[in-house]
Design a protein around this ligand. Structure first.
Ligand SMILES: C[S@@+](CC[C@H](N)C(=O)[O-])C[C@H]1O[C@@H](n2cnc3c(N)ncnc32)[C@H](O)[C@@H]1O
Length: 350
């Protein structure tokens, strides 16, 4: 009895993550129906989805197992798993469905450049490649509503595995900084969005200073609100390819789900700017979608993603391994860790 109790307690975090994944996957089941209501046509899942469903489920389980192992090994604390209020979560779901309805209409019309007055105020100062409704979502990254819904939508897309994928970058960082709590370290997070990776980083390195940069004022505002209890995080609106920091400022520059949304030339500029701002022996890391050749099992998903979501630079992104780009920049110790549909790539500045 005692052993069974210990086993359950020992795995409680894992069971919680699996249940959370079940919840988001179940929420996703309504989306085809919403699409049908919005467009009058049902979008059939690609045949590969059914054929690979079992493997998809196994990979979700496996990334949660890895995530929980990292918690048990002290790479980050169990607080990374703390749930949000159930009421807030439940009240947001109808809004997520409404946005899925609008996104389906936009997908149907192939319309990805609709902005509200709220967004129009900012458009003139933003780069061209960014002025679009990424994922066909309402407002692109430029509305308060989109900032509120974004994390929930991403978790539905990845059946509750998005946070675990984001955290893939923390173990190599912890190893590089020799398990430190972040005392005296200054990290830069590019494209921090609503601060989902930021929160895990702040918990893993409680004494580090973290500067978050993002182009979206609305997403930065949401991150500021959600992370108000963390005192050593600051927020700067700006572009990853035009950083205003002095050379050699940061001990680490990281990002999550940024590079697949950039044209190739901008990807290169962001990497060059990251390197400029990084101290010698600094850590450069990113989490993003797997690319061609990373996982033969999911080649079909790489083709499907830009058909379902407005992601104009994705096809080019999957062809150009991030590892090669880091190596071409002279980074040492370039490493990759694949987990479910994402990978963490990192290297050290010489
Ligand atoms: C897919 S979201 C990822 C957000 C967050 N990192 C996460 O893990 O959820 C992409 C983010 O990149 C930001 N972004 C896109 N291009 C950028 C650029 N050139 N410089 C800074 N931020 C950018 C967007 O505003 C958005 O918040």
């Amino acid at each position: 009895m005692e052993t069974l109790r210990k086993k359950i307690l020992n795995k409680a975090g894992l069971y919680y993550s699996l249940a959370r994944s079940g919840n988001f996957a179940a929420q996703g089941l309504l989306l085809p129906f919403v699409t049908y209501l919005a467009t009058g046509t049902s979008r059939a899942q690609p045949k590969e989805f059914k054929a690979h469903l079992g493997e998809l489920l196994l990979r979700i389980k496996s990334i949660h197992e890895k995530d929980f192992e990292n918690i048990k090994n002290g790479l980050y604390p169990v607080e990374v798993l703390y749930p949000e209020s159930i009421l807030k979560h439940a009240l947001r779901y109808p809004q997520v469905l409404l946005d899925a309805f609008r996104a389906a209409q936009r997908r149907d019309k192939k319309s990805a450049h609709e902005f509200s007055d709220e967004a129009n105020e900012y458009l003139a100062d933003l780069p061209e490649y960014y002025k679009r409704n990424f994922h066909f979502q309402t407002g692109g990254y430029l509305s308060k509503v989109s900032a509120e819904l974004y994390e929930h939508q991403v978790e539905i897309l990845f059946s509750g595995a998005a946070d675990a994928m984001r955290r893939l970058i923390i173990p190599p960082m912890k190893i590089h900084f020799e398990g430190e709590d972040g005392e005296g370290l200054h990290f830069l997070e590019l494209a921090s969005g609503t601060g989902r990776l930021t929160r895990s980083l702040a918990l893993a390195f409680p004494k580090a200073k973290i500067t978050c940069v993002d182009l979206s004022p609305m997403y930065l505002a949401k991150a500021r609100e959600r992370l108000k209890d963390f005192k050593n995080i600051n927020f700067v609106q700006g572009a990853g390819e035009k950083l205003t920091f002095k050379p050699k400022t940061f001990n680490a520059v990281v990002s999550c789900f940024l590079f697949h949304e950039l044209p190739m030339a901008v990807r290169e500029k962001v990497l060059a700017e990251s390197l400029r701002c990084l101290k010698p022996m600094g850590f450069l890391g990113l989490v993003d979608s797997i690319q061609k050749n990373d996982d033969q099992e999911f080649q079909w998903a790489l083709k499907q993603f830009p058909l379902d979501f407005h992601e104009p630079f994705y096809k080019n992104y999957v062809q150009h391994p991030m590892e090669t780009q880091l190596e071409l920049l002279g980074l040492k110790n370039v490493q990759t860790e694949v987990g479910f549909l994402s990978k963490a790539v990192s290297g050290i500045k010489a």
